[in-house]
Design a protein around this ligand. Structure first.
Ligand code: FAD
Length: 141
């Protein structure tokens, strides 16, 4: 069990990776995310905090996999959502799924065959500049 700085209840002991249940300031909830990208970025933050920098771990989780030569990526989606808006098609090899919450915010997305768009949307999500659910439904993204 870690605090937002990945510190444990033992003095000077920090945790990172699959073992770390941390308090996520973004969702204001306790999280444990078993993904290699999270383990890697938590390791960096834990190392900084061991040196006294005291940076909270705030990260947008992402996950990618390749199935039958199709690259599928999921970014965010760790916050509650109530609707999934799909655009594109599996057959065309280009697909987007947007996770939309009750306040019309896009809290995450999954993509297939959309590397450039995925990178652009990840940057928008991480800088809180993601278009709204209404905008993605109107194909403005
Ligand atoms: C089958 C499988 C598929 C996965 N696929 C994906 C994927 O596609 N994408 C993704 O993001 N994540 C995936 N994951 C999850 C990802 O592997 C983990 O989230 C990540 O490896 C966690 O890193 P970690 O450093 O916490 O633990 P680990 O990578 O498990 O590293 C822990 C290390 O500690 C060592 N160790 C254990 N006990 C001791 C001890 N007593 N003394 C010294 N060393 C010890 C272990 O040997 C190991 O090397 C997958 C996991 C599995 C099992």
């Amino acid at each position: 069990m870690c605090d937002p700085f990945l510190g444990t209840n033992y003095k000077d002991i920090f945790a990172a990776g699959d073992i770390a249940s941390f308090f996520d300031l973004g969702t204001a909830s306790r999280q444990r995310i078993q993904q290699w990208s999270v383990a890697e970025s938590q390791g960096r933050i834990a190392a900084l905090n061991m040196m006294g920098v005291m940076t909270p771990f705030v990260s947008t989780p992402w996950f990618s996999m390749r199935i039958y030569n199709k690259e599928i990526v999921k970014i965010g989606g760790d916050k509650p959502y109530c609707e999934v808006h799909m655009a594109g098609s599996w057959v065309s090899g280009k697909l987007m799924a947007y996770y939309i919450d009750k306040q019309d915010r896009v809290v995450g997305f999954a993509s297939m065959g959309q590397a450039k768009k995925t990178a652009e949307l990840k940057a928008l999500l991480e800088s809180n500049k993601m278009p709204s659910g209404t905008q993605v439904k109107q194909s403005l993204v």
